[in-house]
Design a protein around this ligand. Sequence first.
Ligand code: ADP
Length: 875
Amino acid sequence: MAEEFEKLLTSDTNTDLAALKHSMRTQWIMLTIAMTILATFIGYYGFIDHRNITDQERHRLKTQAGVITLNMEQQLEATDRAMISVVNDIAYLRKHEDLKLTNRRLQALTDAMPGVRTMMVLDSAGIVAASNRDELIGKDFSSRDDYTTPVEDNDASTLYVSPPFETVLGTYAINVSRIIPSETGKIYGIVSATLDPQYFKVLLTSVLYAPDMLSTIIHGDGIRFMMVPDSEGQAGRDLTQFGTFFSRHLKSGKRENVLIGTSPSYSSERVIALHTVEPKQLQLDKPLYVACSRDNSTIHKEWRNNTLKQVVTFAIISIVAIFGLVLLQRRQKELALHSAQAHELINLRLGLMELVITNDMHALLRQAVDNICRLSASPLGFFYFVETDQKTLSLQAWSSNTLNGADDERFQIGQESKWADCIRQRRPVVYKAGDLLEGKNGLPAGHGPILREMVVPVFRGNAAVAFLVICNKADGYSDQDIDFANRLADILWEITERKQLEMSLRESKQLLADIFDFLPDATFVVDQEKKVIAWNRAMEELSSIPKEEMLGQDDHAYSILLDNQLFDLIDADDDAINSGFQGVTRCGERLSGETFCPGLNNGKGGHVWAVVAPLYDYDGRRTGAIQSIRDITAIKETEINLARSNSELEQFAYVASHDLQEPLRKIAGFTELLASRYKGTLDAKADSYMEYIVDGATRMRTLINDLLSYSRIMRSKRELAETPCSVVITKVLRDMELVLKENDAEVICGPLPVIKIDPSQIGQLFQNLIGNALKYRTAAAPRITINAARQRNHWLFSVADNGIGIAPEYYERIFAIFQRLHTRAEYPGTGIGLAVCQKIVERHGGKIWVESVPDSGSTFFFTMPATPHDREMIS
Ligand code: ADP
């Protein structure tokens, strides 16, 4: 991972990683500083502790040495006073020659002084004259130091202290002595006392407070008197040699010293407190010295232990901190690596997405495989599709650096192959050279040697859809590589799917373009800026402008053809809507209407019918509009001609029926007169002829009247008025009350609206339909149902009956003028009723038709335009 991390660091895109490396370095510096501070604290407090322990120990040793010194000084002073009293009394005792008394006196003194073992009085020849110990009396001690030194010095104010000497018991003792002056100025002798070594031993032992402590008393000559705890050869030892603590004490000239160091007397370094014993009231010929010492290393044993513990703790903390930081940084690196890889994946995905549009599938996949090889540090890469049979692989692309084979080779997956293995495991598998099954590796001929390869299956649902194979990464494939390759393979498949989608989208775009081109109506599309984005072939023909010239042009370009654009009216309100177009109708957002375009038909101009609708995208945002234009110039002309001939026909029908009435009335009148006057006077034949003439004339009059009323419908100038249809129906039913009763008819009328109508014409319409329902009834009582229902922009009326019904082939014919399905003998009538109904409905802008089931009944439907302000239905 470290190398990959370093590799990523070298990439100039990874500034985040460079920052991470910097921060990691900072973390190490911080840790080092923290550890250094901690170490300094430990060292400093260790040092202070050490010093305190040393100081404390020096102080204690000094105190203990002081205690011994004070004790000894008191002991010497007491002994001295006892000896002075003996000296003072000696003249008296001698005079009375009562040495026995002297002995007792000495006995009493030694008993009283615990530190004095023996007291003696020696005469001038050095013979024991008196002693607390009888066995010593008479003994010659003239050669002993405690005798010779005072006698030679002969100073009555000095207390003489002898060097330590070995007693008969093998211990060392010290004698102190004073001269006993005689009246002659010579000396009588000396009084001496032997200091009890046991007493001093107890004294020295009492100050010991540690097993390694030693306390000692040294004579002024440098001879050790005693040392406790007792150790072989120490008592009586000469300490005057160079380097001993004693010689250093003497040299210092001070009464008290605390020294640290080594000495020939000790094997290890010691701390020693030395005091000079010199009682103030007393003049000694030689001082005594007291020393208390401890082994320096033992003093600091506990400190050393503590320090060792602290150092170990520090070491553990350091190791944990270092190890923790190493782990933390490894995690940071992992995260950074993941994030860098995610970054790479995003870049790869975006880069490939761009290529989806411009590259074909093969080029796209090769680019993708090359990129994946680069990112996974694999020199070779292959990408396969798994066919839907799940048995066949087809090689789609392989890395271009080793490309000398052909894409699109096919392989069988096989049961024992690595492909089947990967599908079974449902995860990427890394194979080494030895694992690769020869002949089953599915690689095309011509590829380089494979050392190791990672086979990555891509699944969608339960099916394997593709395989990515990457090979020969120099240092092998780690778990992270596997994870990364998995994601790369997924992207690759996503790109593939995107490309496939893109391809089908082309195809569908092409289909749409073909359909658009095929449309017979001239059609074009504009975007939101009114720029032309589509212009079909019919439009090219209508405008004589090729598509290439119009695409991208704005509304100025197509306004030359159509100065009024329905586009502009899409969002216009109803008042503005009829500005340039005639009879613009709106159906939802769709507008249609007619206009005249002077630019059409090579400048001759032409009528067009246009329809326009806005266009939206998936999110419902307006993207533009589509407009179709139909050249209706020819239709328009036909319509005009038709209208003209209709009008002429109506005129003719009116004039004819009107003008024919007069001669017809004459014919009918005179024929009736003739018949009434001459009936029975001529023969029977003449009578029947006259009946035919009267009947024909009557019938002609009916026809002409019907024709006249028919032509009047269209000539009527009456304005439409908002009228409740229920009022109209009520009036009709009232007028027909008699005939309805005669027929025993039932009329059921549902709620009817209030709409703009010519009430008398609509009344006639209903009357005709109800009349027919009664006329074409069956044996059953007529039942007529009238209803109205709102449908988008019109009302749908229905008049249903239960009569004889009409066969479907007559549905249209019955509305033609004078067309009948029955003879007059069967059903009276002229065949004008439904023609009148149709005219009335058309005049109101509606349509009329019939639906019927013969022998069950007929339903006549007609529509009436709805107005925006239709009032509520009135029942
Ligand atoms: P007429 O009733 O004078 O024949 P119409 O124009 O009213 O003329 O009707 C035309 C024909 O339509 C009728 O001859 C009749 O055959 C048929 N017809 C009209 N109304 C009905 C109806 N309600 N039921 C069956 N047939 C009808």
